[in-house]
Write a protein that binds this ligand. Sequence first.
Ligand code: GLC
Length: 499
Amino acid sequence: MGKVAVGAAVVCAATACAVAALVVRQRMRTTSKWARAEAILRELEDKCSTPIGKLRQVADAMTVEMHAGLASEGGSKLKMLISYVDNLPTGNEKGLFYALDLGGTNFRVLRVQLGGKEGRVVKQEAEEVSIPPHLMVGSSHELFDFIAAELAKFVASEGENYHLSFGRQRELGFTFSFPVRQTSIASGTLIKWTKGFSIEDTVGEDVVGELTKAMERQGLDMRVTALVNDTIGTLAGGRYYDSDVVIAVILGTGTNAAYVERAQSIPKWHGLLPKSGEMVINMEWGNFRSSHLPLTEYDQALDVESLNPGEQIFEKLISGMYLGDIVRRVLWKMAEEAAFFGDTVPPKLEVPFILRTPVMSAMHHDTSTDLRVVGTKLKEIFGISNTSLRTRKAVVEVCDIIARRGARLAAAGMVGILKKQGRDAPASAGEKQRTVIAMDGGLYEHYTIFSKCLESTLSEMLGEEVSKTIVVTHANDGSGIGASLLAASHSQYLEVEES
Ligand code: GLC
């Protein structure tokens, strides 16, 4: 072999070695990337796990807190607010009524022509308007002016087939989906804003007064005859169609539940006992917390950086406003600590709330073999392209862990209510028991894996026999109809009609 040939051979060998070393290093990096990512995932799975024993503890804690919240003002994280709804719709409601639903990213206006027992809901029309984000953190004056203006437009667009009795004022059921301390069926003060609303002024004093003034500024002659939470509206709407509805649960931007409580021996109600012997309670369960809740570092960080740190802990584990952001936080950690999306951390992973729950849901429901939707969404939302199938699978797994934890905890909360009502056990011999739970909210409606998991967890917790007595139904926009029904049953003209 000549000198040149030897030199070339040496160079080739050296290059081959270098390439091999690079490949090995790359492989080691890849292996350690996967090992680290896997470790993060397994830790997440472990910290989020909700075995049945834990769920039972959560359900028991919910029941205990319900008792405490009913027993005394401030006795629990659960506010257990009295709704002043002691008579649920009967079907006799008649006339033209309106509802206004405020409490998520959108608000809705609705008109309903009610035809009594025979006609039921003769016709209805609704419109949905999204709330400009700056109004969610501005002044209540601006927010209410915007809403009243939309309501005025809605009324102005009314066709002739809707009939307001001659000489009557229009009446409205106002679904205001925030914690409100009611002073009557049609008045109350806001306790605090939740779900990303952060408004620093006077609406708290008198919710209905504030809306009424805004309507007056728009020249709209309308009277609020019922102020209700969305859970109360849903319960009322559900009851209109099925007399066994005794619980309503909202799973949407936020989460909450209401239920029918027996009136006896509740100290908070002294002097306020309803004639019917029953009262609907707005639990505000979003604010529930317990040492049994499986909280992770991601939940803690989300809470600390939120607009309402330390509050709405249950809601932050379960509801649509937060699920996507928990997933984002996990992916961010995987990017930082395991270089999961390449050598640099994609900057968009650091943007709070950039991953919305509907997008998380779309990724979670991706059934294509190459997880195409996951790939597209990672690119669209975070600018992460060329992801491998393995990476996409890991992303779906994160969604799965976070969604299932939320759904199972919500189911545990529902079992807590059933326990409080004594409906979590088989009925005594000869007694027929049927319990209907009216559900509503975008998360429940659109995130199928979530709602299926919730329902199967309920059955798992309650056992076969009791499960047969429990019906979970979707009360589609029950809250809007419910609010208009309550506006009707508290109409200022009722006595005139009855006499
Ligand atoms: C938040 C509100 C509560 C509402 C729920 C669902 O938890 O505080 O009033 O019912 O969201 O919209």
